[in-house]
Write a protein that binds this ligand. Structure first.
Ligand code: MN
Length: 228
């Protein structure tokens, strides 16, 4: 059957230390997964549980380089995050299945139109266009889990033009990685190729054209991108 236009390329992410690539299926993200970040956004973590949203996989910027400054915002924020990559999936996964589904981890950026998000929150509308736009997420190479040293208790650091803005431990996640995957698998069948951005610690802020963002997650990976 003829296609009415050519198939678009699937986004792929290099696998650290090999020539293999990881084909990206979907991008899930956790919001409000670190209490200090919930507080800096003006909410109470005791009454505001984490939430899940998505980003389009073809809006993912892979590896170091330039990131486009998006339209429709004057308040673009960085969020440095640990990213989990799945090589298997399932529904209603138990702890063992969720652990087994993890292929590896990466350093990532969840870029956010904070002014758009604030407006949508005020009007109790979905966040989609605050979180989904061209180059709305970035990711380093994926490191296989057997080569990562305890990604659930490692240091995450984000610098803007060499000034440290976020510096925290992934041990502070409200929903640790495996718990988040188990929960997500009760809402949707997870699949090989899915990515999960696991939320950002405190210290988010605005960036401008020309700014360089460096995300370093100890024993996982590093990412360096410049806003154009
Ligand atoms: Mn985020």
């Amino acid at each position: 059957m003829p296609q009415i236009f050519p198939l678009w390329p699937i986004t792929t992410v290099p696998v650290d230390g090999s020539d293999a690539v990881f084909p990206v299926r979907r991008i899930f993200c956790i919001g409000k997964n670190y209490a200090d970040h919930v507080r800096e956004m003006g909410s109470d973590p005791a009454t505001t549980p984490p939430c899940i949203f998505m980003k389009p996989s073809d809006c993912l910027k892979v590896g170091d380089g330039d990131l486009a400054y998006p339209s429709a915002t004057d308040d673009l924020h960085y969020e440095g995050e640990l990213v989990v990559a799945l090589s298997a999936g399932g529904k209603n996964m138990d702890r063992a299945a969720a652990e087994a589904a993890i292929f590896g981890y990466a350093a990532g950026l969840d870029m956010t139109r904070r002014d758009v998000q604030a407006d949508l929150k005020d009007r109790r509308l979905p966040w989609d266009m605050a979180k989904s736009f061209d180059d709305c997420a970035a990711i380093s190479a994926i490191r296989r889990k057997e080569d990562c040293d305890n990604p659930q208790a490692t240091n995450l650091k984000l610098s803007v033009n060499d000034a440290v803005r976020q510096n925290d431990t992934t041990a502070k996640m409200i929903w640790p990685v495996v718990d988040a995957l188990m929960h997500l698998s009760t809402l949707i069948e997870l699949k090989a190729g899915d990515l999960l951005y696991t939320g950002t610690p405190e210290g988010v802020g605005a960036v401008h054209r020309g700014d360089r963002m460096d995300v370093v997650i100890e024993h996982v990976g590093a990412l360096s991108v410049t806003l154009k």
